[in-house]
Design a protein around this ligand. Structure first.
Ligand SMILES: [Fe+2]
Ligand SMILES: [Fe+2]
Length: 334
């Protein structure tokens, strides 16, 4: 048994470990405040049986040393890159693996704080996202598979990243660097929320006080500050993060700027953000709409406050999808 300061350790949910993978760092279980037992040495392989037996004992987490954690992220990202390119791996499995990679970036952010290395990992994750979209252009299926992730902000961020890429492509944007910025901007757009109290984020907007709404609306500014402090993040991405809550009619926040003043990439992410918000379960909309209903809602109920070209592109993305399944599901439900 080793005495360790819990502050120097990071928990990883057992569910994130895949069977038969050699672990890149020592893994511990926690027995008390500062008591950790080494259960798997770096380089040894995980076994389904062993993972299962810990779960049976209600061990939820394995712990790794903070300064070793990036090895786990890197492994997750590498695995995701390999899995996405495989044809015989199904979409749900692929997004699970991509989710684990994205999650390790978010975990590092939460426990270590943002650093140029984490930004680099986030970039690698978005590259994997981009190739996932190249191979599976099915919007509805992608959204459903992202929803499987239990961390709502992670699921939302992955979906916004993917939908932003789809819109950008439908707008005829082809340069790899542009698409990469959209994807990364989508993944990081709400990063400022990570600096706000978690209780606030669990509250539906309708239950927030005036002060709480004010506080919530600082997230684009907080995100911008966070990324700017790194000094390595391209300005376009910083602008996406700062302007993703603005809209064409000047009724967004924090600056209330109108369409011409909004960064072109931020216009796309703002739309993708709203679309994902409507189509995926969250505290404000517990019953998600299907993509077509979301389009109708934005167009008629909200009065389409987003950039017109981006909206047109989103419509073509949505219309290009097969919705037979969803319609029949809805009929059954109704
Ligand atoms: Fe946001
Ligand atoms: Fe968002």
């Amino acid at each position: 048994m080793k005495e360790k300061d819990a502050k120097d350790m990071i928990p990883i949910s057992i569910d994130e470990f895949i069977d038969g993978i050699s672990v890149p760092t020592d893994l511990y279980i926690r027995l008390g405040d500062s008591k950790f037992v080494l259960i798997l040495k770096s380089g040894s392989k995980t076994q389904k049986k062993q993972l299962g037996s810990y779960k049976d004992k209600e061990v939820e987490y394995f712990w790794v040393e903070k300064n070793e954690y990036s090895k786990i992220s890197q492994q997750n990202i590498t695995l995701a890159g390999i899995a996405i390119s495989k044809e015989n791996v199904n979409l749900n499995k692929k997004t699970d693996i991509l989710g684990a990679a994205a999650k390790s970036v978010f975990t590092e952010l939460e426990h270590i704080g943002i650093s140029p290395e984490i930004f680099y990992s986030a970039r690698q994750v978005t590259e994997v996202t981009m190739s996932l979209i190249e191979n599976h252009n099915q919007l509805q299926k992608l959204l459903e598979s992202f929803t499987r992730h239990e961390d709502p902000l992670l699921a939302h961020s992955m979906a916004v990243s993917a939908v932003s890429v789809m819109i950008g492509k439908a707008m005829g944007w082809e340069k790899r660097i542009t698409i990469e910025k959209l994807s990364l901007g989508g993944l990081l757009h709400d990063i400022g929320l990570k600096t706000l109290p978690p209780e606030l984020l669990k509250k539906p907007m309708a239950e927030m006080s005036y002060e709480e709404i004010q506080q919530y609306q600082t997230h684009p500014f907080r995100g911008m500050q966070l990324l700017q402090s790194l000094g390595v993040v391209p300005d376009d991405i910083v602008s996406i993060v700062y302007e993703h809550q603005e809209n064409r009619i000047g009724q967004g926040y924090p600056q209330r700027i109108r369409d011409v003043k909004i960064h072109p990439l931020a216009k796309v992410v703002a739309l993708a953000d709203q679309f994902c918000y409507l189509t995926m379960e969250n505290t404000n909309y517990p019953v998600p709409r299907n993509p077509r209903e979301a389009i109708m809602f934005m167009e008629y109920t909200m009065g389409q406050p987003f950039n017109r070209e981006a909206f047109k592109a989103l419509k073509t993305v949505v219309q290009g999808q097969s919705f037979g399944e969803i319609n029949s599901k809805n009929k059954k439900a109704g």
